[in-house]
Write a protein that binds this ligand. Structure first.
Ligand code: BGC
Length: 438
């Protein structure tokens, strides 16, 4: 059997996308709470989202029903640290309770320290340009480690620096909606990199048990045109090219190999690198599509044909990307791979029979897992697969239309319905992947 016995079959979410309770129990605003007006589809916001803050026990009961082995959640920084150097005990307690409930349900908690909702107080001090941001991030991580590291073994320092810098600070489509001139961007990237390094170090120093630490990047992954050695080499080369904030190697080379990428030659010093380059235990990768077919910007692409299968967000469905990404990333970085996000947006709705039938998602999951299985069969250590997302949620600038969940959420009533794909995924988990071959 290709998937290891202790394979982490799971699902993921992020605080701002599911929690709601945006100003309750001492939480202050983050950039996604405050800066959104005018930027989100239908003027929506994450203020209530799935109300998971109040309903997490019910949600964990559903996770248990599905037999999830792991659940990756993130912590809201402004909920835990509402003002500089101030800890909010109620906010912190929420995560302690969440983790306890997961453990009680037999689910391995996996904690992401930062998934995009930067506190407004830090944004007002300069955000990712603030020279003190790494110290604040370290302090915040220490608070989490003290409260949770005895119970949580798996940690991710941050989610997709590619996106919160690339979309938030360069393209201006995500909060804080900035269009920083390209020549200034490396300064912010340096601050983010130092924050990661200091957080890893803080976790190791304060951990109540040996931890497994990584981060959850994404990045453009290219798939070869054929399996000829030349085509494979070409795909590998572009996958690791460093020409934009979305690059894989821009973030991974300094973190894992201790190498300064070209884009950062002028801003990163050897002392910086000593902080940034910390031992990591796995390479977590968020992957949704192969970049070969990315024509969202109107780019002409010879591999795109009319009627190409696409998700509700118009992302091409390209399952082979998961095999190639896993292989390329393992070859270059030598760490066990966790697919920390993979999933599809669909136009799910409750049907006349009261159920949510989503055969496209079931098919999507099967196709992607079969590709991951290929990687495992070839001897690449794959440690887990976390479907994005456990439930429908606030899809950032796209609002609530794109539904990624295994669990349907009726936002008017907060009623949950397990989609057909959730039942199917439960069977995949139960059989450790065997049911993919039925
Ligand atoms: C992010 C999630 C997001 C998902 C789908 C990833 O980039 O980590 O927060 O919802 O993709 O867009």
């Amino acid at each position: 059997m290709a998937f290891p016995k202790d394979f982490l079959w799971g699902a993921a979410s992020a605080a701002h996308q599911v929690e709601g309770a945006w100003n309750e129990d001492g939480k202050t605003a983050g950039i996604w709470d405050e800066l959104c007006p005018g930027h989100i589809a239908h003027h929506e916001s994450g203020h209530t989202a799935c109300d998971h803050y109040h309903r997490f026990r019910e949600d964990i009961a559903l996770m248990k029903q599905l037999g999830l082995k792991a659940y990756r959640f993130s912590v809201s920084w402004p909920r835990v640290i509402p003002r500089p150097h101030e800890v909010n005990p109620k906010g912190l307690q929420f995560y302690v309770d969440l983790v306890d409930a997961l453990l009680e349900a037999g689910i391995t908690p996996m904690c992401t320290v930062f998934h995009w909702n930067l506190p407004m107080w830090l944004y007002e001090m300069g955000g990712w340009f603030c020279p003190e941001a790494p110290a604040f991030f370290e302090e915040y991580t220490r608070v989490l480690s003290k409260a949770l590291s005895g119970k949580v073994k798996y940690w991710f320092t941050m989610n997709e620096p590619q996106c919160f810098i690339g979309l938030g600070y360069a393209a201006g489509t995500h909060a804080p909606f900035l269009r920083t001139p390209p020549e200034k961007l490396p300064e912010a990237i340096r601050i983010v990199m130092l924050s990661h390094g200091r957080a890893v170090k803080a976790l190791r120093e304060t951990a109540a048990q040996p931890l497994k630490i990584g981060y959850a990047p994404t990045g453009g992954c290219f798939t070869p045109e054929s399996e000829s050695p030349e085509a494979i080499e070409e795909a590998r080369r572009i996958t690791f090219a460093t020409t934009s904030p979305f690059s894989n190697s821009l973030w991974a080379d300094p973190f894992i190999l201790g190498r300064i990428p070209e884009m950062m030659q002028d801003v990163l010093s050897a002392e910086d690198l000593a902080i940034i380059h910390q031992p990591l235990d796995f390479y977590a990768y968020n992957i949704y599509q192969s970049m070969n077919l990315n024509d969202r910007d109107g780019m002409l692409n010879p591999r795109v044909w009319p009627g190409l299968p696409r998700t509700a967000l118009k992302w091409p469905i390209t399952p082979e990307c998961i095999y190639w990404a896993t292989r390329f990333l393992y070859e270059r970085y030598g760490l066990p791979v966790i697919i920390s996000e993979n999933g599809m947006a669909n136009t799910d709705f409750e049907m006349l029979d009261g159920k949510v039938h989503d055969p496209q998602r079931t098919d999507y999951i099967h196709r992607h897992l079969l590709q991951l299985e290929r990687a495992a069969e070839e001897g690449i250590p794959v440690a887990g697969y976390l479907y994005w997302s456990i439930m429908d949620n606030f899809e950032w600038a796209e609002g609530y239309d794109p539904r990624f969940g295994l669990i349907y959420v009726d936002y008017r009533t907060q009623r949950r319905i397990l989609k057909d794909s959730a039942y199917d995924y439960a069977e995949i988990i139960r059989t450790n992947g065997e049911s993919l071959h039925r």
